[in-house]
Design a protein around this ligand. Structure first.
Ligand code: GLN
Length: 345
């Protein structure tokens, strides 16, 4: 029989060997293949990019003259998980104008400052089934503004921000978008100038809303701040982080700051599912099955509730003003990873 000290030594030796072996094995797994989910997400982002990078359908939006000068070939795809892990491929650091992708985030500000009920009563929550700049929708529907994701409702949401001056209104709108991104965003002045100088249609909308007592500030002030909001520059990464904040129950994964109350998050996501793509919202829901928002700058952000956000950017848009390559890339990822929110039901 071994003496007690020898036995102790043997046990010590065996357990040290065990620890070293398991450390070696785990470092091997992490270094060479990564945890499966990590590798899978990076692969899928790469695949979505390479699958659609040669697609040339659609055209840059040109009703805002400067958008026609953005290089059409740009294409970026990013996934950010609710815990802030980033998976990116392509032109993901190119800053483009956020345009209508800003709309749900400003609706969130109204839900925060006031309440989801105030948003529903003073703007509306029905999809229009009509283009984003429709004036007919304003005449057809008693709510006038109809929902905060079309131009009328977004101009109304800007007018609802609690502010006593144009400057203060703009400051709050910008600070809110920055809070969702988790870093300071800035105005693309040339984009703003180009859009403001040509914004006759949106001015008409602001005036009509005011006429029907569905605008809550002076019309030109709402128009100016709305146009600035659409001219904020974002990269695809920043857009994905804004979406990840919604995927993370309203809390920014990077800063830990709560941007939207938990109870309001599903309400905002439901609006994004039913109206995020205007008259293409049905098609989007039918194919991708994810709440999302598009912009004529070519950006799209989609939310997988509780899991991640997928952002894509490419300037060529279809007739509804939605980026062709970004739609395809996100739909592909949703299908491959079975992310459709109705999956399994
Ligand atoms: N700023 C643009 C507009 O008001 C936003 C439209 C969009 O992105 N669909 O026309």
């Amino acid at each position: 029989m071994d003496s007690l000290p020898t036995l102790k030594l043997r046990i010590l030796f065996a357990s040290t060997l065990l620890v070293i072996t398991s450390l070696f094995l785990s470092s091997f797994t992490l270094a060479d293949t990564g945890p499966p989910a990590t590798q899978q997400l990076q692969n899928i982002v790469n695949q979505a990019h390479s699958k659609f990078k040669d697609l040339k359908d659609g055209n840059n939006a040109n009703y805002i003259p400067i958008l026609d000068t953005v290089p059409s070939e740009l294409f970026g795809v990013v996934i950010i998980t609710r815990d802030g892990q980033v998976y990116a491929t392509g032109d993901t650091d190119y800053a483009f104008s956020i345009q209508s992708v800003s709309k749900p985030f400003n609706a969130a500000l109204i839900m925060q400052e006031q309440s989801p009920e105030a948003l529903r009563e003073k703007i509306g929550v029905e999809p229009t089934g009509l283009p984003f700049n429709s004036k007919i929708a304003l005449e057809l529907y008693p709510a006038r503004s109809v929902n905060p994701l079309v131009n009328a409702g977004a101009i109304a949401s800007v007018s609802m921000v609690d502010a006593s001056s144009e400057k203060q209104r703009w400051k709050k709108v910008l600070a809110n978008l920055s809070g969702f991104a988790g870093e300071d965003l800035t105005l693309m002045k040339e984009v703003y100038r180009s859009e403001y100088e040509t914004s006759w249609s949106n001015r008409a909308i602001a005036n009509l809303l005011f006429n029907y007592e569905r605008l809550y500030s002076e019309p030109e002030e709402a128009l100016i701040v709305y146009t600035k909001m659409c001219s904020v520059g974002v990269t695809t990464r920043q857009l994905a982080m804004m979406g990840a904040t919604l995927a993370n129950d309203g809390v920014n994964p990077r800063t830990g700051k709560r941007m939207l109350k938990s109870a309001a998050v599903p309400k905002l996501l439901s609006l994004m599912l039913t109206a995020g793509f205007y008259d293409e919202s049905g098609f989007w829901s039918y194919t991708a099955g994810l709440p999302a928002k598009t912009g004529v700058g070519g950006g799209i952000v989609a939310i997988v509730p509780g899991k991640m956000a997928i952002a894509a950017f490419s300037p060529r848009v279809n007739d509804a003003g939605n980026s062709v390559r970004a739609m395809k890339a996100i739909t592909y990822i949703s299908e491959q990873l079975k992310l459709n929110i109705f999956e399994g039901s």
